[in-house]
Each structure stands twice: as C-alpha cells, then as structure tokens.
Design a protein around this ligand. Structure first.
Ligand SMILES: [Fe+2]
Length: 304
C-alpha cells in the first residue's frame, strides 16, 4: 500500500479478476463483510457518539478548530477522516482498497465528505430511490462506499439494493424488498452511485450507524486488474435483453476501450443465451450503435 497523505491518494495491488469486475458491472454493487477490526468499529461508534475526543492529524487548509467541531457534530462528520486510526484501518482498509484499485485505477482519490446515516431503530423502510445527482452512463469515475461499524443484521435495517438497477431509472415497489446489505460490524458495501436502494425497515431496538462516501478516479481507465488469460470478451455473460448492452459498455469503458464499443442489436453480441450452438454475431464490430443511456428514443440505441 502506497499512501500519499499530502494529496490524499492511495495505490496498491488490485484484487479483482476480469470475472469479478464484470460481475460488478452487471450487479452494480458488491459487499465485503466483517473486514474492519472490532476495536476500530467500536472506536468509530465512540467517535460518532462523542465519547472520545477528536485528534485530527492535521487541520485542512481554510478550516479552523471551530469548523472541525461544527463538522464533527453535523450530519456530515467528515472530520473522522482526519483521525489517523480511521485513515489507516477504515479508509485504507486493505480488502476495500484492493477492490477500489481494481475499479478506479491507480492513485485513487480519498473521499472529502462523509454522510452519516444514523437511525434510531425500529423504523419504517425508506422509499426506493436513486441518490441525488446520479448519472446513468458507462463511466466509473467514482464509486460509493458505505461502512457499518456495528453488527447490522436485517433487524437493524441495513441498506437494501436492487441488483442491476444502476443503468436506468427504476421505480421500486415499496412492498418489494431488495437484497439487504446485512453483515457483521466492519462490513462495506461498494456500489455505483446510480443503483436503486433504500434503508430497509428495522424491527430491533438501538442505533444503527452507517457512514457513506465516495472514492474518486484520477487516472484514465485501463484493464490493469487481475487479467484472466482465458477470459473471453465474446463469450462472457453481460446480462439479458435490454441490460447486456449497458453492462458491456461499462466493462469496455473500464478496460479503456469504451470508444471501440459498438453493437448491432437483436440477438447480436453482447447478448447471448445458453442454448446457442455458436457465438453471437456482431462481436468486434467497429461500426454500429451505442446503448442510448439517455433513453430518449424508442429503441434505446444511439449512433453517437
Ligand atoms: Fe440513498
């Protein structure tokens, strides 16, 4: 792990394979469960509940001690990212960083804003939503990470997500549940910010803490995660009708090949089914169409 404290960047070895990166492109999220030491999870709760004093490693330019106090006590307690123990064990958690390095390239930019999603349980489920200012598109210029510092079983209302809902506007049915991001203390969720999600309903008593923030890409995308020698771009599974074309576009963008991506529609690549007797037509075409991320025409193809 190389950490540049001056510029707030890190670099490390990527840990994801082609197959895992493509799975992330299809689902729009992944989970790392119980990867932060318990002592740090406890210290995070103590910090958020004001039981331990602040000990910032530095005061950022333009801020003073009063500002730090105000920020700590707000719903955006970003000052926790100035604590050395939080930087070392949570922001730069090795498992998390291996994933982020895979998805965001070298020199990953650390978050600048923390959002605290503290909830007194029990409470109702939130409405399904895509977060403010989301973009539907092939670019992965940042990913959103959430961190549960206490055991967060279903009874404590973890975030629920709808796999594959990161590519277009979706209106979730309040009565339908998604996949709960439940897990022991020290679990992370990593997702594309555009995914449909909500805070799940909780039935237990107690405080649920959750911290949420974004890590940022600083270098152009390139396929420099763990390359599988036998990974086959033509035969890979990108998704079904109406989704494969979008998921494949994300994957190609991450590979640094977004500008070479073209599709011919119908049963052509990147769509396929297990009952074919040969590969899908249309792979490797240099002319053709792009998926229409803006979805402002009837067939959702764009020739741009
Ligand atoms: Fe949200």
């Amino acid at each position: 792990m190389k950490y540049d404290a001056t510029n707030r960047l890190f670099d490390c070895e990527p840990t994801m394979t082609d197959t895992q990166v493509l799975e992330f492109c299809r689902d729009g999220y992944l989970m790392l469960k119980g990867v932060v030491p318990q002592e740090i999870n406890q210290r995070t709760c103590d910090y958020l509940e004001g039981r331990i004093p602040a000990n910032p490693s530095y005061i950022p330019k333009g801020l003073n001690e009063q500002d730090l106090e105000r920020i700590r006590n707000s719903h955006e307690p970003s000052t926790i990212m100035l604590e050395d123990w939080y930087i070392e064990n949570v922001l730069l958690n090795p498992e998390l960083c291996g994933v982020l390095r895979s998805l965001l390239g070298k020199q990953v930019g650390l978050p600048v804003l923390v959002s605290s999603h503290r909830v007194e349980c029990p409470t109702e489920a939130q409405g399904w939503h895509h977060d403010a200012d989301h973009i539907f598109g092939p670019e992965v210029n940042f990913v959103e990470v959430f961190y549960f510092p206490q055991d967060t079983p279903v009874e404590l209302g973890p975030t629920e997500m709808v796999p594959g809902s990161h590519i277009r506007p979706t209106h979730g049915d309040p009565s339908e549940s998604g996949v709960p991001a439940e897990g022991p203390a020290g679990s992370f969720g990593i997702h594309l910010q555009s995914i449909l999600h909500r805070r799940g309903a909780s039935t237990a008593d107690g405080i649920r803490h959750m911290l949420k923030y974004n890590y940022w890409r600083t270098e152009a995308p390139v396929r420099d995660w763990i390359v599988e020698p036998d990974f086959d771009f033509q035969d890979a599974y990108y998704g079904g009708h109406g989704t494969a074309r979008y998921n494949a576009h994300i994957f190609y963008w991450l590979c640094g090949k977004g500008d070479q991506y073209r599709i011919i529609g119908g049963q052509g690549w990147p769509w396929k089914t297990e009952n074919q007797i040969g590969p899908s037509y249309g792979f490797g075409k240099s002319d053709g169409y792009l998926p229409n991320w803006r979805r402002d025409n009837s067939d959702d193809y764009s020739s741009d």
